[in-house]
Design a binder for this molecule. Structure first.
Ligand code: WTA
Length: 704
C-alpha cells in the first residue's frame, strides 16, 4: 500500500524532517588491513564499466565452465547473469578450501546453554557431513536436481549442512524461519511444491528446550490441505539418540536423521555442475497480500554477489573470525552467515539462542571467548543489548575491526552506542540496506574508503546505482530534502530471478511502477522498485525511512516512523521506541508513540513530556504525538522486529491480527489492557474503522 492515494500531495512535495549527522572516519588500523583501499575501485565499478565490472565478483568463484555473456537482458525483467557458466555452490563453499584449509574451522556453533561445549566444524568435517546428508537426500528421499525441499530449522549447524547438501545436488532449498508456526511452514511447503520436510525435535531459546517437532505435524496437515502431500519428515535430534519432542513420530513418514545417516557413513557425492542461472534456493517474504512470496535466487549470480560483497563490505579475510548474529532463516543468514563467508573460506560463528540469554553480557562473552573480530547484527538486537547492558561491553576483552547493522533503519543515538560502546571506538561500522529480494547489500559505505554517517546507510554499493523517484517517476535530487521511492536503475548479480510460480506478480510488484517501456530490452528502462522510502543527502548518502507502508502521513507531512523513534531515543531514559498511526478525524492520521525504558527508569509523566519535547525539537510541532505510551516491552517477532501493526491495532481499537509468531505474545494483552484502559478513561470513544482504514492498520509495518 502506498501513501499516494491518501494525500493529494506527491511524494516530492512532502518534506522529510531529519537532522544532519556528523561523519565518523574509519580507524587507521582498519584501513591498514582492508580488502578495498584503492579508490580506483569506484571507477572499476562505475556505470561505464557495467555489467562487466561484476567479473571481479564472479572471479572469486571456481567455475566448471566460464560464462560467455555477463548479462543477458533479452527477456526483461528476467535478467540472466553469467550465462553459459557452470558451477556448484557447495563445491565453492566447501571442497575447494580442503587443499589448503581442511583443518580450519568453517563453522563454530555455540549452543545456548553455556555449559554445553562449543562445536567446531572444520572444512574437512563439513565436507564429510554435507556429503553424507546429500547421499541421504538423494538415496532415501529420491531428490534430484531442480526438486524443492523445505527446511524448518532453527540455529543449529545442521541447517548450513542441509543447505550445502542441497546445493551439492542442485536441489532447491527453502528454509522457513524456525520461529514461524507450523501453518506458515505448511503454506510455504505447498507453495514451493516440496515433498520432503527437514526439521528438528527441539532447540534452546531463552533457557527453554523448545518443542519444535510438533510444528511439523501442523505443517504437513496444512500442506496436505493445500494439495501438497509430504512424503517424508526428516528429524534431526538436538541431542543425538534422545528425542526431545512430545509429538509422536509418524510411522513411515518421520525418520531420525542420525539413524538414516548411519547408512551413508563415508558416502561421497559428486557436486552437480549447475548452470549459473539454475535456482539455488527460495526465501519467502511477506508482502501486502496474504500469499507469501518465494524469492528465487540463482546459483552463479547470487554466489558471486555474496562473495564479492562479503569481501569488500564485510571485509572478510580467510583468517577472520566472523560472527553474524542473525538467523539463517532470514536472507541475512543465508547470504552472510553461510554462503558469503564460506565461499571466502573464513570461519563463521553460528549461535543457537537469544542474544541476551542468560544475561546482557552473553554476546560479548562469545566475542571474547572465540576471538570474534567481525560482528554483524540488527538494530533491534543492538537496542536490546543497549537497554539491558549499556556498559556490559566494558567487562569483556574482545576487539572488533568491523561491525554491521542491517535490516532496519538505525537511530543515530543507537548507532553511536554501537560504535562507541559495543565497538569500543575501534571498529568501522557499516549500515547495510537491502532486502530478501536482493541477495546482498544495495546500500552501504565501503568501509575503508567512505566515511560513516549515523542513520544513513551510505551510497549505492559497487555496481549498484540507486535513484529516488517521486510518484510520477521524476528524479528527486540529492540534497533536495525531499523523500521518495528508492529504486535501483540497474540489474545486479544478486537480484532474485522471480517470485516462485508467480512471474506476473514479480514484474508487477517490482518493475511495473517505473518501467519506461515494457517492450524495451534495455535495462535502463526497467528500474527496480524497492518499496522503501528514502531521502538522499547532498553527499549522496541515503537514509532509508522504511517501507512505504511504514510512513505516517500527518496532515500532508510525511513522517517516517524512524524519524519519530530516533527523536524519542534522544531522551535519556528511553530504550526503545515505536511510532504508529492512529486514525485522526482532523489530520487524517496522528502519531502515537510507544516507548520502553532503560532498566531502573520510572514511567513518569515527565518522560512522556520529554518524548513529546524531543520530537518537537528534532522534527517539529507537526510531528507532535497524540499520545506517548510507556510500556514494559514491545511485541516483537522472533527475529526481533517490533510488530508495529500489533500496537497500531491496539491504538486504533482494531484487530491485532495473528500474534502467534511473536517472540513474546503474552505482552499483547498486557499492552491492550493498559493502553485501551487509559484511552477509555480519558473519554476516547472508539469507533468502527472503515474497511480501508482497517486494512491500512493491518498492513502497517512489515512483520516478517
Ligand atoms: C529494511 C533484510 C534501513 C527496509 C536484509 C527493507 C533497512 C526491509 C535496512 C527488508 C537498513 C533493511 N536501513 N532499513 N540498513 N536494511 N531495511 O527483506 O525497509 O527482511 O525494505 O531484508 O528492511 O527486509 P528483509
Amino acid at each position: 500500500m502506498t501513501t499516494a492515494h491518501e494525500s493529494p500531495a506527491s511524494e516530492a512535495q512532502i518534506s522529510v524532517h531529519w537532522r544532519e549527522e556528523d561523519y565518523y572516519q574509519p580507524p587507521a588500523k582498519f584501513i591498514g588491513q582492508a580488502n578495498a583501499t584503492d579508490p580506483g575501485i569506484f571507477r572499476r565499478f562505475d556505470e561505464g564499466h557495467f555489467p562487466d565490472c561484476f567479473k571481479e565478483y564472479a572471479d572469486l568463484l571456481s567455475w566448471d565452465a566460464y560464462w560467455h555473456t555477463t548479462l543477458d537482458t533479452s527477456n526483461p525483467p528476467f535478467w540472466r547473469w553469467f550465462v553459459g557458466g557452470r558451477l556448484n555452490a557447495c563445491y565453492n563453499c566447501v571442497d575447494r578450501h580442503l587443499a589448503a584449509d581442511r583443518d580450519k574451522a568453517a563453522l563454530i556453533w555455540v549452543p545456548e546453554p553455556e555449559a554445553e561445549p562449543t562445536r567446531t566444524i572444520t572444512y574437512q568435517e563439513l565436507y564429510r557431513q554435507v556429503n553424507e546428508f546429500a547421499a541421504l537426500l538423494r538415496e532415501d528421499c529420491g531428490l534430484r536436481t531442480g526438486d524443492r525441499v523445505t527446511f524448518h530449522l532453527p540455529m543449529v549447524p545442521e541447517l548450513p549442512v542441509a543447505m550445502l547438501a542441497c546445493a551439492r545436488l542442485g536441489v532447491i532449498h527453502s528454509e522457513v524461519f524456525g520461529g514461524f508456526s507450523g501453518t506458515a511452514c505448511g503454506e510455504r511447503i505447498a507453495d514451493s511444491g516440496s515433498r520432503i520436510l527437514v526439521t528438528t525435535d527441539g532447540y534452546y531459546r531463552n533457557g527453554q528446550l523448545v518443542d519444535h517437532k510438533a510444528k511439523a505435524d501442523e505443517a504437513v496437515r496444512t500442506a496436505n490441505g493445500l494439495g501438497q502431500p509430504v512424503d517424508k519428515v526428516l528429524v534431526w535430534r538436538r541431542h543425538a539418540g534422545q528425542y526431545a519432542s512430545r509429538a509422536a513420530m509418524v510411522d513411515g513418514r518421520d525418520f531420525f536423521v542420525d539413524e538414516l545417516l548411519a547408512e551413508h557413513h563415508r558416502a561421497v557425492v559428486e557436486p552437480v555442475s549447475m548452470p549459473a542461472e539454475a535456482p539455488l534456493f527460495l526465501m519467502y517474504t511477506s508482502g501486502t497480500t496474504a500469499r507469501p512470496k518465494g524469492c528465487q535466487h540463482s546459483t552463479g549470480g547470487y554466489l558471486a554477489y555474496v562473495a564479492g560483497t562479503s569481501k569488500y563490505y564485510q571485509d572478510i579475510h580467510p583468517d577472520d573470525t566472523y560472527w553474524c548474529c542473525a538467523d539463517i532463516g532470514w536472507i541475512t543468514g543465508h547470504s552472510y552467515i553461510v554462503y558469503g563467508p564460506l565461499a571466502l573460506g573464513t570461519t563463521s560463528v553460528v549461535y543457537e539462542g537469544a542474544p541476551t540469554y542468560p544475561d546482557a553480557g552473553r554476546v560479548w562473552r562469545i566475542a571474547e571467548r572465540l576471538g570474534v573480530n567481525i560482528f554483524h547484527t540488527a538494530p533491534t538486537t543492538i537496542r536490546m543489548l543497549r537497554k539491558l547492558g549499556p556498559h556490559e561491553p566494558d567487562n569483556y576483552d574482545y576487539h572488533l575491526k568491523h561491525m554491521t547493522t542491517v535490516g532496519e533503519p538505525i537511530e543515530p543515538e543507537v548507532w553511536r552506542w554501537y560504535h562507541d560502546v559495543a565497538g569500543k571506538g575501534e571498529a568501522v561500522v557499516v549500515d547495510t540496506w537491502w532486502q530478501t529480494e536482493n541477495g546482498g547489500f544495495l546500500g552501504s559505505t565501503l568501509p575503508a574508503l567512505q566515511a560513516m554517517k549515523p542513520g544513513s546507510c551510505g551510497p549505492g554499493v559497487l555496481g549498484v546505482y540507486p535513484v529516488i523517484y517521486d510518484e510520477d517517476g521524476n528524479t528527486v535530487e540529492a540534497g533536495s530534502g525531499k523523500a521518495g521511492n528508492i529504486c535501483i536503475r540497474n540489474p545486479w548479480p544478486g537480484i532474485f530471478q522471480t517470485i516462485w510460480g508467480q512471474p506476473d506478480r514479480f514484474e508487477q510488484i517490482y518493475y511495473a511502477k517505473y518501467c519506461r517501456n515494457p517492450k524495451s530490452t534495455d535495462w535502463r528502462d526497467w528500474p527496480y522498485f524497492a518499496g522503501d522510502g528514502a531521502v538522499q543527502a547532498a553527499d549522496g548518502y541515503f537514509r532509508i525511512l522504511g517501507r512505504v507502508d511504514d510512513v505516517i502521513n500527518v496532515a500532508g507531512h510525511r513522517l517516517g516512523t524512524k524519524e519519530l523513534e530516533s527523536a524519542s531515543l534522544t531522551v535519556d531514559q528511553v530504550a526503545e521506541a515505536a511510532a504508529v498511526p492512529v486514525i485522526d478525524e482532523i489530520r487524517g492520521r496522528a502519531v502515537e508513540m510507544y516507548v520502553s525504558l532503560k532498566p531502573g527508569m520510572a514511567p513518569t509523566a515527565d518522560v512522556e513530556h520529554a518524548v513529546t519535547a524531543a520530537i518537537e525539537r528534532e522534527i517539529g510541532k507537526i510531528a507532535r504525538p497524540k499520545n506517548v505510551w510507556i510500556v514494559e516491552d514491545m511485541p516483537k517477532t522472533r527475529s526481533g522486529k517490533i510488530m508495529r501493526r500489533v500496537i497500531a491495532g491496539i491504538s486504533n481499537f482494531a484487530d491485532v491480527g495473528d500474534v502467534s509468531t511473536l517472540a513474546n505474545p503474552e505482552i499483547v494483552e498486557e499492552i491492550r489492557h493498559h493502553i485501551q484502559g487509559e484511552k477509555l478513561a480519558h473519554g476516547e470513544v472508539p469507533r468502527q474503522l472503515t474497511r480501508e482504514e482497517a486494512d491500512e492498520i493491518r498492513a502497517f509495518g512489515r512483520d516478517a
